[in-house]
Design a protein around this ligand. Structure first.
Ligand code: NDP
Length: 294
């Protein structure tokens, strides 16, 4: 039997509509509007595209965006100064520094300089640290991992007591998603490039989150029948029939795995749209916290 397709695009549209209504209510009742600052350094086309879509998503729900398009050769001190000014700006409730930064900049220092109260990406070491500890609440949960959990919740897929396998241990996806699953009382296994006999480990999963960045690595016979598969991967593979000469696939061989899994996210249209929806969510949560609005 073919798996249920988890439609991240449709779910993210519902979430954006909820956020839009909340922002309108904030404005009407309190005269306050959430604000997100996007900091883009250099001319990378992919980063420009991401920042553009984040600004557009903000505009659609009524969040004010403050765009900083900075030259490639900006110094560490100048960029730090901008981050400090944004930290002090009461109209800015979230600061997003688009990664990767040019090589001459110290990414760790820049991310560490963002006020923990405005760290809507959730990458500040204090937020990640709190996420990793029992009974400590981070102020923000990183957007893609939060989006994965939100998909499970909105699909009413139980997490507690389940075997969860996370493929990948990056700071932005694998590690935080594993922590979130752990907090929700799943039994979590984290796999990485040195894991032995990956297919057999993956086969334990009731819930599989794949975030490795390897096109269609997870095959149909790696997956337990009925498992829920969340595919975070975004990989371009050559396809001469497509306009740009390539198409996007996930880390999961979708056509094979959908015949085995109980539910699966497609790529594109699964986790991707949830990431931006969660960025909007984090920004509104931050503004509400700042203004003391419940
Ligand atoms: P990273 O490259 O930072 O991390 C990849 C992880 O996968 C590492 O932990 C690595 O192990 C592990 N890995 C790599 N190869 C293998 C392998 N052959 N077997 C087992 N484990 C392996 O990637 P990210 O976490 O940043 O991103 C992962 C994917 O998710 C990418 O395709 C990215 O484009 C996508 N992505 C999608 C987002 C969305 O919004 N949908 C947002 C962010 C990312 P080790 O630690 O040992 O090196």
């Amino acid at each position: 039997m073919s798996a249920q397709i988890i439609d991240g695009k449709a779910i993210s549209e519902v979430i954006r509509a909820e956020i839009k209504a909340e922002v309108e209510e904030m404005k009407a009742k309190y005269g306050k509007v959430p604000g997100l600052a996007t900091v883009l350094v250099g001319e990378r086309k992919d980063s420009q595209t991401y920042v553009r879509s984040k600004k557009k998503a903000c505009a659609e729900v009524g969040i004010t965006s403050f765009g900083y398009d900075l030259p490639e050769n900006i110094s560490q001190a100048e960029l730090l100064q901008i981050v400090r000014e944004l930290n002090a700006n009461p109209e800015v409730h979230g600061i997003l520094v688009q990664l990767p930064l040019p090589a001459h900049l110290d990414e760790e220092e820049i991310l560490g300089a963002i006020s923990i109260e405005k760290d809507v990406d959730g990458f500040h070491p204090l937020n990640i640290g709190r996420l990793s500890m029992k009974r400590r609440e981070p102020l923000f949960v990183p957007c893609t991992p939060r989006g994965c959990i939100e998909l499970l919740d909105r699909m009413h897929i139980p997490i507690e007591g389940k075997e969860a396998v996370v493929l990948g241990r990056s700071n932005i996806v694998g590690l935080p998603v594993a922590m979130l699953l752990l907090h929700r009382n799943a039994t979590v296994t984290i796999c990485h490039s040195r894991t032995r006999d990956l297919p057999n480990v993956v086969r334990r999963a009731d819930i599989l989150v794949a975030a490795v960045g390897r096109a269609e690595m997870v095959r149909g016979d790696w997956v337990k029948p009925g498992a829920t598969v969340i595919d975070v991967g975004i990989n371009a593979v050559p396809d001469p029939d497509k306009p740009g000469g390539h198409r996007l696939v996930g880390d999961v061989a979708f056509d094979e795995v959908k015949e085995v899994a109980g539910a699966i996210t497609p790529v594109p249209g699964g986790v991707g749209p949830m990431t931006i929806a969660m960025l909007l969510r984090n920004t509104v949560d931050s503004a509400k916290r700042f203004y003391g609005i419940q």
